[in-house]
Design a protein around this ligand. Sequence first.
Ligand code: MCA
Ligand code: AMP
Length: 507
Amino acid sequence: MSDNLYALLEANFPADPSAVFLDVENGPPVLYREIDDRTARIAAALNAQGAAVGDRVVAQVDKSPDAVMLYLACLRAGLVFVPLNTAYTVQEVAFFLEDAGPAVFVCREADRGTAEAIARDAGVGAVLTLEDGGGSLLDAAAEAPPGSSVVARKADDLAAILYTSGTTGKPKGAMLTHGNLSSNAFVLRDYWGFTGSDVLLHALPIFHVHGLFVAFHCALASGSRVIFQKAFVAQKVIARLPEATAMMGVPTYYTRLLDAPGFTAEAARNVRLFISGSAPLLEETFAAFEARTGKRILERYGMTEVGMACSNPLDGERIAGTVGFALPGVAVRVADDAGRTVPRGTVGILEMKGPNVFSGYWRLPDRTAEEFRPDGYFVSGDMARMDEAGRVTIVGRAKDLIISGGLNVYPKEVELCLDSLPGVRESAVFGVTHPDFGEGVTAAVVADGSVALDPETMLTGLAESLANFKQPKQILVVEELPRNAMGKIQKKALRDRYTNIYTNDEQ
Ligand code: MCA
Ligand code: AMP
């Protein structure tokens, strides 16, 4: 029996082949019965471009039904899917192509010129798009022979590589196997009670674990219908919410819904499950949401490297500010710096082990070894405590990370870019409470005196190298950075000093 995730999901498609999979805005729906043929043809077209089992396929594409089919086709063909955030700059994408060494790069038609140049430098075999034009993968798929088989895969064969940045500022590719993804898919389907009667409202991007794996695997593994929206727009979500039974989002989605006119208990009446994750959900958001809709948001916790690890219960009590219990089959512990479990109620580092935990960072065995304990637990870098019942509360981060609108920004990466700008002696990047994004990326910069520093000019300089969501919302030019006796920059002092910068204009 193959462990190919595609085959495992397909075995759970609805008995009625005319059931709708993707209910698309301004376009025909994608039916469950179409998935087999569409993915078989795309798989054959990728193979014809030279992509063989185990090869990587990098995709930086807009959210569309075809992009979902591309992901499923890669699973089916035993190709390793590498999705990239559409906000990444050419420089960032060039790094990913060099690092991943894909056989095929699927890009947006508008980026084709630059994409071909960086792909050539990286030795990528083929550049294709999902749009009309010269190198359309879809045209090739239409011509390709139907019926390509689902390639047999073992649980530890790679299914995807997802890049995450790190405290050194250099992105690393988390290798996820068919077994990692399928274990989480079926655990979540059952834990959250997804069935073929569900209708999932999907407004998340599909280049991260949340929108691609958590959401689509729950839907596909239960045969649910998906209301497929291109991006999160509060009014569009509210318009379709009455048809939905489930929705997943980052906390910013829920705060934006609460701020939007027309978001009422009536609009949310049929939703049995609102799920939040990727960043901390404020207790006040949880309470305001319940007061407005009568529904308690279910908060869960995960990481790119592990998928989902903890969740509040479907039927039991959901407690604001906590991420619930370890999911079935996932071992979670709170440990000290040496990896020893600390007593319940004590703060330590959250560590996880289980079939969901990734197999390592792509071509970085040393970095991989640094993040695992000798007994196999993965060290998350999140600070947490566990109560007597096993309920986990995330209390902070040991890693220097900012989460803005559910997207991770590693300060080091932004600091390296700032420091390379003319006139900058040094910089410190930190997160400050932001009413929309949860945390706002903020930079304090010290001049070297060679040129006058102007925040606008600096932002223009950063735009070449950094994706827009990583760029600071504010750059503050300061005389010096606060340091401790050892000379280490005190980010806490900066955070405290600028704590009201996004909530109160007076500073
Ligand atoms: C867009 N902008 C942002 C962000 N997104 N700034 C800070 N943080 C962001 N996340 C900026 C753009 O640079 C632009 O700036 C302006 O906002 C408008 O861009 P637009 O794309 O229109 O923004 P938006 O549509 O309002 O998007 C905000 C968003 C989106 C809806 C919160 O970022 C989003 O959907 N986030 C979800 C991310 C996600 O799926 N995370 C899961 C990761 P300017 O105007 O200056 O150009 S997976 C994960 O974390 C783990 C595994 C887990 O547990 O799930
Ligand atoms: P990523 O690297 O994009 O997978 O982001 C994973 C990080 O998101 C985790 O290490 C946490 O810091 C954070 N995260 C995810 N879910 C939650 C949550 N419910 N509460 C607090 N932090 C979360």
